[in-house]
Design a protein around this ligand. Structure first.
Ligand SMILES: Cc1cc2nc3c(=O)[nH]c(=O)nc-3n(C[C@H](O)[C@H](O)[C@H](O)COP(=O)(O)OP(=O)(O)OC[C@H]3O[C@@H](n4cnc5c(N)ncnc54)[C@H](O)[C@@H]3O)c2cc1C
Length: 424
């Protein structure tokens, strides 16, 4: 089939899954059109100018690990890899607010987790044998709650696995999916320090993930329609036949393909009989407008506090709390003050001098990473020959992260090529 007959690929949703699919398809000679419901791209990974603090802030500080190969490849392609910054080696400083203890996990720079055999690099109070639980989790066969696969207590759990898994799965790890935790461990911790370097978009998520992607796509002729919400899909037999947007309709030609890269609850409302994750967990981020003290590491893990991670960013200190449902009803001022007191305790800044602040509470930050919810994730392929799914919630085998979103977009884009070859 000549590419001029290859039809249009309509991508619904300009989150990272939709953008990744578009980046992979752009330049393929096919017409690609993105339709986004809101006025901005990026979805759950976005920056915005906050009037209360006068700062550019992220909806949530996003941590990427150097082993997230789809993320790394995405930013290299769109030309923004330099914006993801972190220490030269995989280092994770921690503080325990209960007793003031401080330690730094240093995973080294290798391709194998040699740090486990070095008592100066291991988690304090742990021995090599304690790390067998990591191996058990990494190669777990059936999906069970993590609490059924390993002991969720003791130094290795409390000082390594709990903070890392809570951040990556966005759920108290005990009830989290052992399979999802296992995938994460196999792709990062088990591959040594080279795969575990923590990377942050220090100048903002928009500068690294969104604006360069939009510029890349526009330069390759991809059309991006904002405030273009898909409200209904029409079907006939095994095909989707028409897209109804809020303000116009698009009949689908024979070779047109649709990639639905919207959140699960939207996909469920647009497609009949689709099983999707239907339970979610929230994330709270607090941003304080203040220059971080020089001694504050760019990322600090906090044990036994309301804060879980404290980030030192240009002109601000940010705090992240995963699985934060318990904080959603707390009055905003009280929560900001509580978090600031802990920041002050750690940094030596004055606890009674609350800087200008903003709180971002994302109720449905990710699907709940339990075995039950993981089993509800659909494949990219659907019952309709010209309709594909993408999103961090589809069956990527990973927790709901940027890596999962981008891989899902890549897979959907690869399936477009396959479908069109089959149709030729
Ligand atoms: C606070 C927070 C912190 C996070 N921290 C991390 C982290 O540290 N590391 C990490 O890897 N991941 C993190 N994540 C997860 C990461 O942000 C997501 O996995 C990723 O952004 C999901 O991308 P997506 O494209 O699958 O979905 P989304 O970003 O939800 O994109 C879906 C898009 O579809 C659009 N849409 C919805 N309905 C329609 C419609 N009817 N028509 C057209 N468009 C529509 C939406 O507006 C949105 O733009 C975090 C998420 C949050 C919320």
């Amino acid at each position: 089939m000549p590419l001029s007959d290859a039809g249009t690929v309509h991508i619904i949703g300009a989150g990272l899954a939709g953008l990744a699919a578009a980046v992979r398809l752009s330049g393929s000679g096919r017409t690609v059109a993105i339709h986004e419901a809101t006025a901005h791209a990026g979805g759950r990974c976005r920056s915005y100018h906050d009037q209360a603090t006068g700062m550019l802030i992220d909806n949530g500080t996003h941590l990427v690990l150097s082993g997230n190969h789809a993320v790394m490849s995405f930013v290299r392609t769109i030309g923004s890899a330099a914006g993801l910054q972190g220490p030269g080696e995989a280092e994770y400083p921690f503080v325990d607010l209960a007793d003031g203890a401080q330690w730094t996990l240093r995973f080294g720079d290798g391709r194998f987790p040699w740090w486990i055999f070095n008592k100066d690099r291991r988690v304090p109070q742990t021995g090599v044998v304690d790390y067998l639980s990591l191996a058990r989790l990494a190669w777990t066969q059936s999906d069970k709650p993590i609490g059924e696969v390993m002991t969720c207590s003791g130094p290795i759990y409390e000082r390594l696995l709990e903070p890392l898994l809570l951040a990556a799965l966005n759920i108290a790890p005990r009830g989290g999916s052992a399979k999802l935790a296992g995938a994460l461990i196999r792709e990062t911790l088990a591959l040594g320090g080279q795969a575990c370097r923590p990377l942050l978009a220090r100048a903002g998520l928009g500068h690294v993930f969104v604006e360069p992607a939009i510029a890349y796509l526009k330069a390759r002729g991809v059309s991006i329609a904002m405030q273009d919400e898909l409200v209904m899909l029409h079907f006939n037999g095994r095909r989707a036949t028409q897209l109804d947007f809020a303000k116009h309709s698009v009949p689908l030609a024979e070779n047109d393909i649709v990639i639905l890269a919207v959140p699960p609850y939207v996909a469920e409302s647009l497609m009949p009989n689709l099983t999707v994750p239907n339970s979610f967990r929230g994330i709270v981020n607090a941003h304080f407008r203040i220059d971080p003290p020089a001694q504050l590491p760019s990322m600090l893990g906090v044990i036994n506090g309301a804060c879980q991670w404290i980030f030192a960013l240009p002109g601000r200190i940010s705090v992240t709390i995963s699985d934060a449902g318990h904080l959603f009803e707390m009055p905003r001022g009280e929560l900001a003050q509580t978090l600031w007191r802990e920041v002050a305790q750690v940094t030596g800044l004055r606890s009674d001098a609350l800087p200008p602040w903003q709180l971002v509470r994302e109720r449905r930050a990710t699907f709940a990473a339990t075995p039950e919810q993981n089993a509800r994730r659909p494949a990219a392929e659907t019952n309709w020959s010209n309709l594909l799914l993408a999103g961090d919630w589809t069956a990527t085998g990973l927790p709901a992260t940027l890596e999962s979103a981008i891989r899902s977009g890549n897979s959907a884009a690869d399936l477009v090529g396959l479908r069109l070859r089959e149709a030729a």
